[in-house]
Design a protein around this ligand. Structure first.
Ligand SMILES: Cc1ncc(C[n+]2csc(CCOP(=O)(O)OP(=O)(O)O)c2C)c(N)n1
Ligand SMILES: [Mg+2]
Length: 307
């Protein structure tokens, strides 16, 4: 188990990485605002505070790789496709929706990307896809995002077992935000994610950094090995800034405060004020324009397939 130590100062990001981080942040803040106003139905789970995970991974993945997302997947989708219009239309049920508006926030299928709100469901599916890729498209991989709470699902272990046994190109990204809905991880998980990966002989890497450049550098070699059939569990120690979904945050104030102190957004603004302020307002305005434009569209119609 290797620990990537969190640097004191975040490194300067490329414009497109910072823009993407800000896009996910402002997109989800907008979603909460729209819900608050009663303009959206159903539910949504924001990845506020966790945006850097898919942004860091995006340059390590290629278009032929499969990505399996979960209920907290807006950042995963936007990092893959940078398509705020299609995603917001999907969530709002408007024309141009990625899946005709029938999938909503949690159930999206596009190209080699799929999300599900069912905890643990994607692990065996990703393992199966990884088997297919190993046989027919060597060098590609299946990446699956799961939370810490999802390690309570038995399907996770069936998938890990076969991934290790069959040497599948499976990258398991654990976004360990220390909580599952309202249950702290310490109250529901015996042992550790690292110990569980070790039980299957699967390599585990722990990432505590929120620095996109640093994370990429540290994972590059390991992810190349996944492509050769060495499954990998990468556990991000991360923080959920917002509620589980909407307005259901019962965490004590000190826990929420600790999450805020780890927020890349405030830290980047502090460490690189000129860069941050040059792009933050621009991206925020972009999201406002997307929201206005999508909200004015006619309702979506299911045409029998996703884009
Ligand atoms: C099979 C199943 N059981 C329960 C739920 C309800 N549920 C939705 S999210 C969630 C907590 C997931 O926690 P975690 O895996 O840590 O992800 P996080 O929400 O923290 O990102 C639960 C229990 C579900 N969606 N699917
Ligand atoms: Mg969690």
């Amino acid at each position: 188990m290797t620990e990537i130590l969190d640097g004191l100062r975040l490194s300067r990001l490329a414009d497109d990485d910072l823009e993407l981080l800000l896009l996910v942040r402002h997109f989800e803040l907008k979603l909460l605002e729209l819900y608050g106003r009663g303009d959206l139905n159903g539910t949504t789970h924001t990845c506020l505070g966790q945006e850097y995970v898919p942004v860091a991974l995006r340059s390590l993945l290629g278009p032929a790789d499969h990505v399996f997302s979960n209920h907290r997947g807006h950042g995963h989708y936007l990092s893959r496709f940078r398509d705020p219009h299609g995603l917001l239309a999907e969530i709002m049920g408007r024309e141009g929706a990625v899946c005709g508006g029938v999938g909503g926030s949690q159930h999206i299928h596009r190209d080699r990307y799929m999300s599900t709100g069912v905890q643990g469901e994607s692990m065996p599916v990703a393992a199966g896809v990884a088997l297919h890729l190993k046989r027919s498209e060597p060098g590609t991989l299946a990446c699956v995002h799961i939370g810490d709470g999802t390690w309570g699902e038995g399907a996770v272990y069936e998938a890990l077992n076969l991934a290790a046994l069959w040497r599948l190109p499976l990258l398991v990204v654990v976004e360990n935000n220390g909580i599952a809905q309202s249950t702290p991880t310490a109250s529901q998980m015996a042992g550790t994610v690292a110990g569980r990966a070790a039980a299957f002989g699967i390599t585990h890497r722990l990432v505590v950094s929120t620095d996109v450049n640093e994370i990429r550098l540290s994972l590059e070699r390991e992810i190349a090995r996944v492509r050769e059939g060495q499954p990998l569990v990468v556990e991000f120690v991360t923080h959920r800034l917002g509620p589980h979904s909407k307005g259901d945050d019962i965490r004590p104030a000190d826990v929420v405060q600790a999450a805020r102190e780890n927020d890349w957004y405030a830290r980047y603004a502090h460490d690189h004020p000129e860069h941050f302020h040059r792009l933050d307002g621009v991206v925020k305005a972009e999201v406002e324009a997307v929201a206005d434009e999508v909200a004015a569209r006619p309702l979506s119609r299911w045409e029998g397939s996703c884009v």
